[in-house]
Design a binder for this molecule. Structure first.
Ligand code: PLP
Length: 395
């Protein structure tokens, strides 16, 4: 692996092919091989590969105004912020280029708020196994065990507690705490949902302790879980949410979204050359229009039910584990089999699925995936499972 294109830094093990084309759920490499893509760039391609509405929006905006810089307003920037605030119930948006940058902004905003409102408090409570990105601060905020020894010294001020353990948060929250920050479904950890009680108690606990609640919706937002935002399932109002992956439908677009009460950046505190870029925001507007159209969420739920059903059937037939997640962010416990081996066999058989853990397969299809495409995915997955079982028996 990683021998063919030596000018690319080997930051991950990549297959030795180049991908050249994508349409909807399908992907094609330079040899003309077709793959059914249930990764979609890690839940980024909300409407699949190169959806017409996004392609058109980008082309139109690129021909009109491609870049003006963050020192000026532009139309798509304002239009998209209006949409996000109207649908989230929060008030103000700062656009960014990646999830990590949005989270970095959330951390900075919380610290600024702590300086102004809470005597310089700066500690943020985050969750074990949580994932918030790969900048130094967001790696420090993450609870991914593999990050622990990397790039020391870390950014200080993050207190990690076990996920879904309200007592553990109670034990550490206090005068020094500005915020609690978490995902509502821990994606990279293997699609682990937060309990309803835990999140509702967290909202109460943060409010009574004069702390902010930051929800990282980078993997769960933009209809991925069957609601526009995962926090909609919990009946809570966060102070800050971060969006990424899905909003651009394939282009780099992320957002830090906050309530008026919390939004306290002053000129010079926050910025970025490409932030709020009109072409990216035009793509975002097209995606947002699609996911907020009537019946969109209901269709995601239907597809989800079909996929859950099929995965449970497969699990029963081959003695695998349970299905986790919500909407079209789902995981299958591979039980006694290696998820990594299944994903590798699936790739050979023309299917892209991701194994975030050795016992977990993750499914992130486009939100407009069809029933037939789900059927085809399950057929290919079943062949991969059978191949792994055969190889085990042959050992
Ligand atoms: C992917 C992800 C991030 C980081 O986003 P990047 O765009 O890769 O920087 C942060 N938080 C969660 C929950 C994510 O899934």
């Amino acid at each position: 692996m990683n021998t063919r294109f030596s000018s690319i830094m080997p930051i991950t093990n990549r297959p030795e092919t180049r991908f050249v084309e994508g349409k909807g759920v399908w992907l094609m490499d330079e040899m003309g091989r077709r793959y059914l893509d249930f990764m979609q760039g890690w839940a980024v391609n909300t409407l699949g590969h190169s959806p017409k509405v996004v392609v058109d929006a980008i082309a139109e905006q690129a021909g009109r105004l491609m870049n003006i810089g963050p020192a000026f307003y532009n139309e798509p920037m304002v239009a998209l912020a209006d949409q996000i605030t109207a649908h989230s119930g929060l008030d103000e948006v700062f656009f960014a280029n990646s999830g990590a940058e949005a989270n970095e902004g959330a951390i900075k905003l919380a610290r600024k708020w702590g300086t102004k409102q809470k005597n310089g408090a700066f500690e943020i409570v985050t969750m074990q196994n949580g994932f918030h990105g790969r900048t130094l601060a967001t790696m420090s905020a993450s609870g991914k065990p593999q990050f622990e020894l990397l790039f020391e010294p870390k950014v200080p001020g993050f207190i990690k507690v076990p996920f879904n353990d309200i007592g553990a948060v109670e034990a550490v929250i206090g005068e020094q705490t500005v915020a609690v920050m978490l995902e509502l479904i821990q994606g990279e950890a293997g699609v682990i949902p937060a309990d309803l009680d835990f999140v509702q108690q967290l909202r109460e606990l943060t409010s009574t302790n004069n702390c902010l609640l930051i929800i990282d919706e980078i993997q769960t937002g933009i209809a991925r879980t069957g609601q526009l935002f995962a926090f909609n399932y919990y009946g809570i109002e966060p102070d800050i949410i971060t969006l990424g992956k899905g909003p651009g439908g394939g282009v780099p677009l992320a957002a830090l979204v906050a309530t008026h009460a919390v939004s306290c950046f002053e000129p010079g505190d926050q910025g970025g050359t490409f932030n709020g870029n009109p072409v990216m925001c035009a793509a975002g507007c097209a995606v947002f229009e699609a996911v907020t159209s009537t019946q969109f969420l209901a269709t995601v739920e239907q597809c989800s039910a079909q996929l859950v059903d099929a995965l449970e059937g497969l699990a029963k037939k081959y003695g695998l584990g349970g299905v986790r997640g919500r909407g079209l962010l789902l995981a299958l416990d591979s039980g006694p089999l290696s998820a990594v081996e299944i994903a590798a066999a699936a790739f050979e058989g023309g299917l892209l699925v991701n194994a975030p853990r050795t016992d977990t397969l993750r499914f992130m299809p486009p939100l407009n995936v069809s029933a037939q495409e789900i059927g085809e995915m399950v057929a290919r997955l079943e062949r991969a499972v059978e191949q792994v079982i055969r190889e085990r028996e042959g050992e």
